[in-house]
Design a protein around this ligand. Structure first.
Ligand code: PBG
Length: 351
């Protein structure tokens, strides 16, 4: 190409004008970046309010807003406050909420039996929000950890988190959640066979229209600490969750595990945590093509808030950049504690 250019008058002039043109072959990537209008015109990925799912924490009582120390700006809310929050979220255009309960300690036991109570806090929350704000989607987690006295996601017997008994329990809990009005059941426990069991249980109960968003690849991560404070499991948890969550080293295993969830009937997939596992987000989207979501978990949230509070980083810009990264990696949306903040920025055109 260089020779061809040098053989024309214009080429000679250009070569004389710039050695760099010789190197770039007259390809200048910066042309499209030069002006704001052009950057907007060529932008490949955008974050919209439609991409946001807001996880919220609920507690018993009324008129309670209880700050979570490790998550600045996030409160545990009683159901009445959660209803107000749902209204606010709907007004901001946020499509869906994901709800997590912090139940009283006396209700927690070895098997997480309170998860199977039709009128427990999680189901009470769903009923109240669905009644007051019918057009917002409700996503409920069916893992047992908020209900066990050892903080594990499953039933603990002789030092082992037993798989099949746990799956039967969460499938039954899922039916109660659907009865209460949950739109999407979202199991976060990583037991084998849970997606198929939940699908069968939901269909047998007539809940054909209730979807399953699988926490398909959930890693044994250090990023969940603040969440455990939020739902009151940090003081309870004995040992760790490595016998059921994925090893952070294993991408192939993660994709195979997600593949089983797809076969068993998952409607949507989730990657958790988010940012540390963007490679998995991309792989799941490319491999299965299902609606794919990332959970920007509590530790990811708190690190941004802490950096901002220390004055080290611009929290708002980092928040938006990280949320955008999920879209670029192929995700259709993000579960994020920043959802209202991000929605407000997007509405102001600063997204
Ligand atoms: C457990 C569960 C976890 C989160 C939600 N459900 C992880 C855990 O405690 O091990 C984490 C969410 C977050 O960190 O924001 N079923």
């Amino acid at each position: 190409m260089g020779d061809k250019i040098r053989n024309t008058a214009a080429g000679l002039a250009a070569a004389a004008a710039s050695d760099i043109d010789e190197i770039t072959g007259h390809r200048r990537m910066r042309r499209t970046r030069a002006a704001d209008w052009s950057r907007r015109l060529t932008r490949e990925t955008r974050l919209s309010v439609d991409d946001l799912i807001w996880p919220i924490f609920v507690v018993p009582g009324s008129n309670v807003l209880d700050p979570i120390e490790a998550m600045p700006g996030v409160n545990r809310m009683s159901v009445d406050k959660a209803v107000e929050a749902a209204k606010m979220a709907a007004d901001l255009g946020i499509p869906a909420l994901a709800t997590f309960p912090n139940v009283e300690m006396h209700r927690r036991d070895q098997t997480g039996s309170h998860a199977l109570e039709p009128e427990n806090l999680i189901n009470e929350t769903t009923r109240a929000i669905k009644k007051a704000v019918p057009n917002i989607g409700i996503i409920t987690d069916v893992a047992l950890d908020p209900f066990t006295d050892h903080g594990h996601d499953g039933i603990l017997r002789d030092g082992e988190i037993v798989n099949d008994e746990t799956v039967r329990a969460i499938a039954a809990a899922a039916v109660h959640q659907a009865d209460a009005g949950a739109d999407i059941i979202s199991p976060s426990d990583m037991m084998d066979g849970r997606i198929g069991a939940i699908r069968r249980a939901l269909d047998a109960a007539g809940h054909h229209n209730v979807s399953i968003m699988s926490y398909a690849t959930k890693f044994a991560s250090a990023c969940y600490g603040p969440y455990r404070e939020a739902i009151g499991t940090s003081g309870l948890l004995k040992g760790d969750k490595r016998t059921y969550y994925l090893d952070p080293s294993n991408a192939n295993e993660a994709i195979r595990d997600a593949g089983l969830d797809v076969e068993e009937g998952a409607d949507m997939l989730m990657v958790k945590p988010g940012l540390v596992y963007l490679d998995i987000c991309r792989a799941l989207k490319d491999t299965f093509g299902l609606p794919t979501f990332a959970y920007q978990v509590s530790g990811e949230y708190s690190m941004i808030k802490a950096g901002e509070a220390a004055g080290y980083i611009d929290g708002e810009r980092i928040m938006m950049e990280k949320l955008l990264a999920f879209k670029r990696a192929g995700c259709d949306g993000v579960l994020t504690y920043f959802a209202p903040e991000a929605a407000r920025l997007i509405a102001k055109g600063q997204g």
